[in-house]
Design a protein around this ligand. Structure first.
Ligand code: DC
Length: 234
């Protein structure tokens, strides 16, 4: 079914587990479709970094929610097509710091608190108010934007996601053991999908794409095709 609204007001929700390729695919698809890309995982990561730096107990939901309310997070588009979107926390460029293994391990416990999620949910809804966004995360189609025009769930087999995350770390110069990556990933999968508030789930009406045997370009093409079939023009 084609949508009658202009692409400027359309919302695309992309969800899925860690290392399913969501960030890279969402960014590339948004670029091709002329929409704004919003990486909600980066918001939880920035909060986690702030918590680690200030020594906040990851169990202290109230203190973390207060941090979430007072932190200023800003995205800056990549300087060139295919480049990395920069993430600023209180004016500091933390693009690299939020992707370390330390943050990777701590982010799921931090993001499970209902109080934290409420703050970010409201902020994310405000970011999508005017439409024209591809918003990516775990609960976008199910909770944040349940009325999104297009919902996509990107998935991949566990071993494939472990390999992708291992390669990502290696490319950045981190040297984790593969077994550590496997253990961290299993732990995050469990926490993200079993938490009480807004767990990772396939949203009602979402189109599921298994990316295990697909190249990045094939996945981006598939996502763009779904959006175009629903009336988004690139
Ligand atoms: O997509 P990512 O790996 O950068 O996300 C980091 C963590 O943030 C992930 O383990 C769970 C959490 N997250 C979330 O709970 N809800 C979202 N909408 C996005 C991310």
């Amino acid at each position: 079914m084609a949508l009658s609204r202009g692409k400027g007001s359309l919302t695309v929700a992309i969800d899925g587990p860690a290392a399913a390729g969501k960030s890279t695919v969402s960014r590339a698809a948004a670029e091709r479709l002329g929409l704004t890309y919003v990486d909600t995982g980066a918001m939880y990561r920035a909060l986690t970094l702030r918590g680690l730096r200030t020594g906040v107990d990851p169990e202290d939901a109230r203190a973390l929610a207060d941090l979430a309310s007072t932190m200023e997070i800003r995205f800056e588009p990549a300087a060139r097509p295919g480049g990395t979107q920069r993430v600023f926390l209180d004016g500091e460029d933390v693009t690299r710091e939020i992707r370390t293994r330390e943050v990777d391990v701590a982010v799921s416990p931090v993001s499970r608190h209902a109080e934290v999620r409420e703050r970010f949910r409201d902020l994310q809804r405000r970011m999508a108010l005017g439409g024209g966004v591809v918003m990516e995360g775990r609960d976008i189609g199910s909770v944040v934007l349940p009325d999104a025009d297009i919902k996509i769930y990107l998935d991949a087999e566990f071993d494939c996601r472990v390999c992708r995350r291992y390669r990502e770390f290696s490319a950045k110069g981190y040297r984790p053991r593969k077994e550590e990556v496997r253990r961290d990933m299993a732990c995050r999968d469990l926490l993200d999908s079993s938490r009480q508030t807004a767990p990772l789930t396939v949203a009602r009406g979402a189109i599921r794409i298994d990316t295990t045997h697909m190249t990045l370009e094939e996945v981006v093409n598939a996502v763009v095709k779904v959006c175009q079939e629903r009336g988004v023009r690139s």
